[in-house]
Design a binder for this molecule. Structure first.
Ligand code: PMP
Length: 429
C-alpha cells in the first residue's frame, strides 16, 4: 500500500460534497422546553446514523440525475439508442461492483433490492429446495433479523434446525463454540461480517473454512463491512456475500448478492417473469444467462448507475483510508463514552476487530429517551434493538443507543455526542 493511501481523509473537502450536512434544525433544549422558552437558532446536523443509511454525495446524486435527464430508458437491450445506453450503464454497474469486491465477473453479481432480499434469494432458491430434516443452519447470536428471521422461517418450513454460535463476554464470537456447532450435519453457515449492534468484526474466513471443511455452504452478510473496509470475496472464500447500496454512499433500492458462478448456475430462480428467461412456451421456460436469471422485471437502473458512482467515489477516497478514519472515530467515541463512568458499552474494545460504530446505554436513561435528547441537539443517532432482538435479550436490555460513523464525520461531532449525553444525564438526574 502506498504512503498516499494512508494519509488521513480531507474531511472538510469530503463534507463539501454533502449539502445535507449543512442543514440546521431549530430544536428546544430540554430546559428551554421545560421553561416554555423560545427555541435556539438552528443547530447544525450531526449525522451519526450511518449504519442505518449513509448520506449521498453530489457525484452520486449527479450521476443519477444525469441518467434521468439524458439516458433514461428500459434495459434488456432495446433497439433504440437510449435503451442501448441504459443497458450498457446497467451492465457496467455489475462489472464495477464485481471488480470492487474481487468477484470473477458480472455473472457473480446479482442486483437485489437490498441485503435482506439477497438473504431471501438464497434462502428461497437454495434453502427451500435443499434443506430437510436432519440438516442444520448455523447462525451467530449477533445476526441481523435479515438473516436470522429468514433462515429461521425457511428452516421451519423444511424441517431443518437452526443453531447459534454464542458470543463471549467481550462481544466476540466464541470460536470454540463455532467448532462445536459446525458439523457434518451443517448445510449452511450464515454469519454477519461486521455486527451492526456490537461493532464486532468477525473472523469470516475462519468461519467459511469451517463450513467448507464440513461440505457446508457459507453466506456472509457484509452490509456493515463493504461500506467501511476493503472486502475481497475471493480472499474470504464465501459462497454468497450480500450488502446494500444505501449504506455505502449509494442510493436506496439496490443491494448486491455475490455468489460463486457454479452455484448461481445450479440455483433455481427466486422470482420469475420477463427479462430472466431464454425461451418460453405454454408448457415451460428456460432461463437467461447469469446474472439476469435472478433479475426479473425492470431492474433498479438509475440505482445501479448511482451504485456505480458510489463505488467510484469510495475507491477514489480509498477503502483502507476509510477503514482507518472510522477506526479513529470509533476509538475516540468509545474512549470518551467509557470515561463518562455511567455508560455501558457493547462489543469489543477498540482495535482491529471493531468496526466504525459504538453501541451503548446510559445508566437509568432509556435509549429512546437518550436519542430524543440527542435530537434536541440535532445529533442523529439510532436507538432500539437494531434488528437484533435475540442479541439484545442475551445482553439483558430491550434497547441500545448506537452512534455510527462515516467518511464525513469528525472528532468534534463525537464531542457533541458526549455533550448531549451530559445534558441527558442532568435532565434525568
Ligand atoms: N445486515 C446488517 C448487518 C445490517 O446492518 C442491515 C441493515 N441494518 C441489514 C442486514 C439489512 O439491510 P437492508 O435493510 O438494506 O436490507
Amino acid at each position: 500500500m502506498s504512503q498516499q493511501d494512508l494519509e488521513p481523509l480531507d474531511v472538510e473537502a469530503i463534507r463539501a460534497e454533502y449539502p445535507i450536512l449543512e442543514r440546521e434544525f431549530s430544536v428546544a433544549s430540554p430546559t428551554q422546553r421545560a421553561d416554555g422558552e423560545a427555541v435556539d437558532d438552528g443547530s447544525q446536523l450531526v449525522y451519526l446514523d450511518n449504519a442505518a443509511t449513509t448520506q449521498t454525495p453530489d457525484p452520486v446524486v449527479d450521476a443519477m440525475s444525469d441518467y434521468y435527464r439524458e439516458s433514461n430508458s428500459n434495459v434488456h437491450r432495446g433497439i433504440h439508442h437510449l435503451s442501448q445506453e441504459a443497458s450498457i450503464a446497467y451492465e457496467e454497474a455489475h462489472d464495477c461492483v464485481a471488480e470492487f469486491i474481487g468477484a470473477d465477473g458480472r455473472e457473480e453479481i446479482v442486483f437485489t433490492k437490498n441485503t435482506t432480499e439477497a438473504e431471501n434469494l438464497v434462502a428461497y432458491s437454495w434453502g427451500l429446495n435443499e434443506l430437510g430434516p436432519g440438516d442444520e443452519v448455523v447462525l451467530t447470536e449477533m445476526e441481523h433479523h435479515a438473516s436470522l428471521v429468514t433462515w429461521q422461517q425457511i428452516a421451519k418450513r423444511t424441517g431443518a434446525d437452526c443453531k447459534y454460535i454464542e458470543i463471549d463476554e467481550t462481544g466476540r464470537l466464541d470460536m470454540d463454540h463455532a467448532r462445536e456447532c459446525i458439523t457434518d450435519d451443517t448445510a449452511i453457515v450464515s454469519a454477519v461480517h461486521v455486527s451492526n449492534a456490537l461493532g464486532t468484526v468477525n473472523p469470516v474466513s475462519e468461519l467459511v473454512d469451517l463450513a467448507h471443511d464440513h461440505d457446508a455452504l457459507a453466506f456472509i452478510d457484509g452490509a456493515q463491512a463493504v461500506p467501511n473496509r476493503p472486502v475481497d470475496v475471493a480472499d474470504i472464500g464465501a459462497d454468497f456475500y450480500a450488502f446494500s447500496g444505501h449504506k455505502m454512499a449509494g442510493p436506496t433500492g439496490i443491494g448486491v448478492l455475490y455468489g460463486k458462478r457454479h452455484l448461481f448456475e445450479e440455483l433455481e430462480p427466486y422470482l420469475y417473469g420477463g427479462g430472466m428467461i431464454r425461451k418460453v412456451t405454454f408448457e415451460d421456460s428456460t432461463w437467461a444467462d447469469l446474472p439476469w436469471k435472478f433479475e426479473p422485471g425492470t431492474p433498479p437502473i438509475a440505482e445501479a448507475v448511482g451504485l456505480h458512482a458510489a463505488v467510484d467515489y469510495l475507491e477514489e477516497i480509498g477503502m483502507e483510508r476509510i477503514r482507518e478514519h472510522e477506526e479513529m472515530l470509533a476509538t475516540y467515541a468509545y474512549e470518551q463514552l467509557d470515561a463518562e463512568g455511567d455508560v455501558e458499552l457493547y462489543g469489543p474494545e477498540p482495535g482491529p476487530d471493531r468496526g466504525g460504530l459504538v453501541g451503548f446505554n446510559l445508566e437509568s436513561v432509556h435509549a429512546h429517551d437518550l436519542a430524543s435528547i440527542m435530537n434536541d441537539h440535532a445529533v442523529a443517532i439510532r436507538a432500539g434493538d437494531h434488528c437484533t432482538q435475540p442479541l439484545h435479550d442475551k445482553l439483558g436490555v430491550a434497547a441500545s443507543a448506537r452512534a455510527s460513523f462515516y467518511v464525513y464525520n469528525t472528532r468534534e461531532e463525537v464531542d457533541e455526542l458526549v455533550a448531549a449525553i451530559d445534558d441527558a444525564r442532568q435532565l434525568f438526574a
